[in-house]
Write a protein that binds this ligand. Structure first.
Ligand code: URA
Length: 210
């Protein structure tokens, strides 16, 4: 498993505004999309490509095309949905599947409550969108699920991670073809498994308290 933290002043700046509790939902949504587009640039460094022959107005040349099958993008509902637009802006031909996961309020274990994915992901390159890597439980379940369907490699784009959750994934996914791309690794988890300093509940801040 590889972890990449995007080191860019614009990422740091947008993340700072996102963290601010006075940032309103419309701005929060916009900034989330912009941040994901910046992270997606890093996350797609290994997207599979192939040479393509094209004609420019001047001559013929060999360029770069995305190799089929196209990547699969999987936002984890509900907060991952706020990251989808920012991702598909960069990869408009990607297929999109959905995984609905939530934390059990007492046990904090991840539960899958909805799933809309191809049955067979053999050999597919998959990009998972989930803004908050807190305990790591949700991502671990999502990753296990996708590998069980045959995914070849999985890249997770998250805004923030807690060191505890990252360590858990490192321990459990050692040697697996998984990359985690992040805007920041924060200090710690609090007693309610919120990331500190964090940005609060990402789903609530994107969509309101429902
Ligand atoms: N999920 C969130 O939305 N925020 C956190 O801090 C942790 C998990």
């Amino acid at each position: 498993m590889r972890v990449l933290v995007a080191d860019h002043p614009l990422v740091a700046h947008k993340l700072t505004v996102l963290r601010d509790k006075n940032t309103t939902s419309p701005i929060f949504r916009l900034l989330t999309e912009e941040l994901v587009t910046l992270l997606a640039y890093e996350a797609t460094r290994d997207v599979r490509v192939e040479p393509v022959n094209i004609e420019t107005p001047v001559t013929t040349t060999v360029g770069t095309g995305l190799r089929k099958p196209t990547p699969l993008v999987v936002p984890i509902l509900r907060a991952g949905l706020g990251m989808l637009e920012g991702m598909t802006r960069l990869l408009p031909t990607a297929e999109v599947g959905f995984l609905g996961m939530e934390r059990h309020e007492q046990t904090l274990e991840a539960i899958t409550y909805a799933e809309r994915l191809p049955d067979d992901l053999t050999g597919r390159q998959v990009y998972v969108l989930d803004p908050m890597l807190a305990t790591g439980g949700t991502l671990r379940e999502a990753i296990k699920f996708l590998f069980a369907r045959g995914a070849a490699d999985i890249t997770c784009i998250c805004l923030l991670a807690a060191p505890e959750g990252l360590q858990k994934l490192r321990d459990e996914l050692e040697g697996k073809n998984v990359t985690i791309v992040l805007a920041s690794i924060d200090e710690k988890l609090d007693e309610n498994a919120y990331i500190v300093p964090g940005l609060g509940d990402a789903g609530d801040r994107l969509y309101g308290v429902v």
